[in-house]
Structures are given as structure tokens and as C-alpha cells.
Design a binder for this molecule. Structure first.
Ligand code: GTP
Length: 473
């Protein structure tokens, strides 16, 4: 059976080691982020037009990216049962939901002060929970799944087993959603309990301190991903996500001074990089895996066809083999009986083939059998006619809808076709060339396949007895 030319797709997305081009793309994304950061930092405090519609437009895109990534990761968990993937998927779902709460509570978007009973500190606290929460989930992912390539860890296609882990997914999603509801409640109804983070759109030292803390937390998560060995594509792209996260937090909390200045807008671009990079890579990988799967399916059906050809055909002559012959004869007997049609069978045997082998060698014998097969094949005129290699130097012709007289004529044609090959056979006293003998039989009454073969064989033996190189019907 031919080896598959296409590499088998991994059972899990991004579970394999990153290739050179993946590493290059990831590095390019990080370098681009660094370069933009260096350009933007000195201009971070530059005031820019206040566009409140920017928040719902931008954060809707973020929420969609996060929720689709969460769905893909939950799907991966359902297949692999790797708890690390469940934690990561929950992190994405948590972030998607808190982004929605952030849009709703942002002042001036849906109402002057924001929905959900929002006060002046609600949206900034939700932003803090959002940016502090996600790195925790990534840290959980990195620490839970230290060696993803270990047998049973799920990266190996053979080890991953699809299963129904809906209960685990529902539980994790419920915890994430409850967390978001609790945090929203705290940031709105309970904001009096929380320190002030923004004073007239300007960050307070508390927000800066929280910003540093989350920045360090993101750095720790990045470091944990960096240390994982062997590093998977998912690890690599999560590192890119965290780089975007680090730049976003740095620009928003550490280097900028107010909402709607250049640093504030630029930090959103990093947010978009963080939200979309893993999703884009997951979708690209899905497309690649699908293409690979389609290619493998094609190769598999080709291999199956080749296998079927091998199992039903004779390797030397490429004619249908005995197995194919038996099945075809049984089918043709059933058809002939059902429609009351004639069916003829011709058994042919090469004359004095043992001495031919002895005189000219086995290889010449093989060559001779191939040429005889081709000659017999040329006598099958109708699509339903079949010539098969019955065994050794014996061949059989199945001739549906053929009477005894017509079958005898075709058998004679076959005998002549072999004679016309004019293959020298010095041991045959008369003609000194290869010949065949043939016995013809037709289906009669309730004859079984075995009885039909025996009847044709009897005539074949008679042809041999009468001196070979002839047809008896
Ligand atoms: N080269 C070659 N020889 C084969 C093959 N299959 C069967 N044979 C030979 O065919 C010969 C058949 O010999 P026998 O059954 O004695 O018959 P025969 O010599 O043809 O004599 P008759 O049938 O009585 O004319 C044997 O020597 C087998 O080894 C094959 O695939 N290749």
C-alpha cells in the first residue's frame, strides 16, 4: 500500500511545535509592536478627539474575537480533555463577557453615565478586572499543562479521544460568567467600597499601582509560557497575545494620563492585536488542517482502490483472479437464471507448459503467460465478457448471454489467438509452438457454479485427451 504523501493533521489545533515561518510571523508581530510602542510612548499624552462611538465599535470587535476563540478552545477541550485548555477557554469567555459589561457601563455610550447602574468608576474597574483576570487564566493554562507532548497530554493524534465533556464546559463557563456578574456588581453597586481609579478622566496612583501589578502578572504569565518545553504553536501565539497585553496595559495605565489621548487610543490597538492574533492563527490552522484532511481522504480512497485492485487481480497477468472470477460467475449465474438467459463458460489450459518452463526457464514461462492473457483478453468483445486467471496456467472465460455454439466459436478464436503468438515450444512435437486446449459448457437447469466449472473442465480434459490444441464443447 502506498505511503500517504500528506502529513497527518494533529488531532488538536496548534498542538504541534511551531515551524520556522510561524516563529518568524510571531517575531514580526512582536517587533512591530515594539517599534510602534517606541514611536507612540513620547506622544502618549497628546490629546485626540473624543469619539465615544469608538468604544462600542472597538469593544464589539474584541468581544466577538474573544467569544469565537473561547468556542474554539472549548471545542479543543471537549476533544482532548486537557484541563489547561478548559482554563484558557474560560479565560477567553470571561474576557468576552467583561468586555460586554465594559461597553454597557462606559459613560456616554448608551447613556451619559453608562448602563448597569454604572458610576464614574465602574467602567475603569471593569477594565482593571478584565486586564487583571486574563493573565491569571493564561498562567493557569501554562502551569496546568507543563508538558503538552507527554503521552495522554493530548498533542498526539493517537492519544486524543473525542468525548462528551459538556458538564465540565458548562461548569467552567458558569464560573466565568458568575465571576463577571460578581465583578460587574462590585464595580457598579459596590463601587463605594472600591478605591477611586480615575479623577476627571485622569488615572490616580491606585490605578497606576494596579497597572504595574497586572503588567508584572502578564510578564509572569509570559515567562511561564516561555519556559514550557516542548513549546507548542498555541504557547507561541499566547506569548504574542501577552506581548500585546503588556503594551496595552503599559500605554493605558503607565504612560498615558487621560482617556481619549493618543496613548489611550494606541493601547486599544494593542488590545486588538491581543484579542485577534490567536483567533486568526486558530482559523488559519483550521483551514490548513481541513485542506490536509481532504488531501488525506483523497490519498486514502486512492490507496483503497489500489488495494481492491490488488485483492481482485492477478499480479502477473493483471487479469481478474480466482476470487473475482468466483464472485462474477455467481453473479452472472443469478442474472442468467432470473432473466432466463444463456451463460457460457470456457476453461482454457496451456498445453505442455511444464516442459516449456523446464526448457526456457520460469521467467520465460511468466512472460508466456502474460502474452496468452493478453491474447485471451482480445477475444472478450462484450463489456460483460470476462477472462480470468483461474490458477497456474489455467484461464477461464465467462460469456454472459452466449449460447454453446457462440461460446465454441469464441473459444476457437481464443485458441487461434494464442497460436498466432507463434511462441516457440520445441518440446511440442507437431507445431513446436505454444497452444491452448479449451472446454466449453453452458448453464443448464439448476446447475451450480461448481457444476458448470466441472462440466467445462470435463470438456477441457477431453480436449487434452484428444491431443491438445483444440476446443471441445
Ligand atoms: N512460469 C510459470 N509457470 C507456472 C505458473 N503457474 C503454473 N505454472 C507451471 O505450469 C505447469 C503446469 O504443468 P502441468 O499441470 O503438468 O501441465 P502441462 O505441463 O501444461 O501439461 P498439460 O496441461 O497436460 O498440457 C507447472 O510446471 C507449473 O509450475 C506461473 O505463474 N508461471
Amino acid at each position: 500500500m502506498p505511503e500517504p504523501k500528506t502529513a497527518a493533521p494533529h488531532a488538536l489545533l496548534l498542538a504541534g511545535p511551531p515551524g520556522r515561518s510561524q516563529i518568524r510571523f510571531a517575531l514580526a508581530a512582536v517587533l512591530f509592536s515594539v517599534a510602534t510602542f517606541v514611536i507612540v510612548v513620547p506622544l502618549a499624552t497628546l490629546p485626540v478627539a473624543r469619539v465615544p462611538a469608538f468604544i462600542p465599535a472597538y469593544e464589539s470587535a474584541l468581544a466577538i474575537c474573544f467569544v469565537i476563540t473561547a468556542a474554539l478552545l472549548f471545542g479543543q477541550y471537549n476533544f482532548s480533555q486537557r484541563p489547561a485548555l478548559l482554563v484558557l477557554a474560560s479565560g477567553y469567555l470571561f474576557t468576552a463577557c467583561i468586555v460586554v459589561a465594559h461597553i454597557l457601563s462606559f459613560p456616554g455610550v448608551f447613556s451619559a453615565t453608562g448602563l448597569l447602574g454604572a458610576g464614574p468608576q465602574t467602567s475603569v474597574w471593569l477594565y482593571v478586572f478584565w486586564h487583571g483576570g486574563f493573565p491569571f487564566f493564561v498562567l493557569g493554562y501554562a502551569l496546568l499543562d507543563r508538558d503538552a507532548s507527554e503521552p495522554g497530554a493530548g498533542s498526539d493524534a493517537a492519544s486524543a479521544q473525542p468525548g462528551d465533556n459538556t458538564a465540565g464546559i458548562v461548569l467552567a463557563a458558569t464560573i466565568a460568567l458568575t465571576g463577571v456578574c460578581g465583578m460587574t456588581l462590585l464595580a457598579s453597586a459596590g463601587q463605594a467600597l472600591l478605591p477611586t481609579l480615575l479623577l476627571e478622566d485622569h488615572p490616580t496612583p491606585t490605578l497606576a499601582a494596579l497597572g504595574y501589578a497586572f503588567w508584572l502578572l502578564s510578564l509572569l504569565a509570559l515567562f511561564s509560557l516561555w519556559r514550557r518545553r516542548p513549546r507548542t504553536m498555541l504557547d507561541l501565539w499566547l506569548m504574542v497575545v501577552l506581548c500585546g497585553w503588556l503594551f496595552e496595559v503599559a500605554l493605558f495605565v503607565i504612560f498615558n494620563t487621560a482617556r481619549f489621548d493618543l496613548g489611550w487610543y494606541a493601547s486599544r490597538l494593542y488590545g486588538l492585536l491581543a484579542a485577534s492574533s490567536l483567533l486568526i492563527v486558530l482559523l488559519l490552522e483550521t483551514a490548513t488542517q481541513n485542506a490536509r484532511l481532504a488531501q488525506l481522504t483523497h490519498e486514502l480512497s486512492e490507496a483503497n482502490r489500489a488495494l481492491e485492485q490488488l485483492s481482485l487481480h492477478d499480479a502477473l497477468t493483471t487479469l481478474p483472479n480466482r476470487r473475482f472470477f468466483d464472485a462474477y460467475l455467481a453473479a452472472q449465474i443469478a442474472i442468467a437464471r432470473r432473466h432466463g438467459r444463456a451463460l457460457a463458460l470456457v476453461m482454457c489450459d496451456v498445453d505442455a507448459f511444464k516442459p516449456y518452463n523446464d526448457d526456457y526457464g520460469h521467467q520465460a514461462g511468466d512472460e508466456c503467460l502474460k502474452r496468452i492473457a493478453a491474447a485471451l483478453q482480445s477475444c472478450c468483445h462484450r463489456p460483460a465478457d470476462m477472462v480470468a486467471r483461474y490458477g497456474g496456467e489455467e484461464f477461464a472465460l465467462i460469456l454472459p448471454e452466449t449460447t454453446s455454439a457462440d461460446a465454441a466459436r469464441i473459444a476457437e478464436e481464443a485458441r487461434r489467438a494464442v497460436a498466432e503468438l507463434k511462441m516457440l515450444h520445441a518440446s511440442v512435437p507437431a507445431a513446436a509452438q505454444i497452444s491452448i486446449s479449451a472446454g466449453v459448457a453452458v448453464l443448464d437447469g439448476d446447475m451450480s457454479a461448481q457444476q458448470l466449472i466441472r462440466a467445462a473442465d470435463r470438456n477441457l480434459f477431453e480436449a487434452k485427451r484428444l491431443g491438445r490444441n483444440r476446443v471441445v464443447s
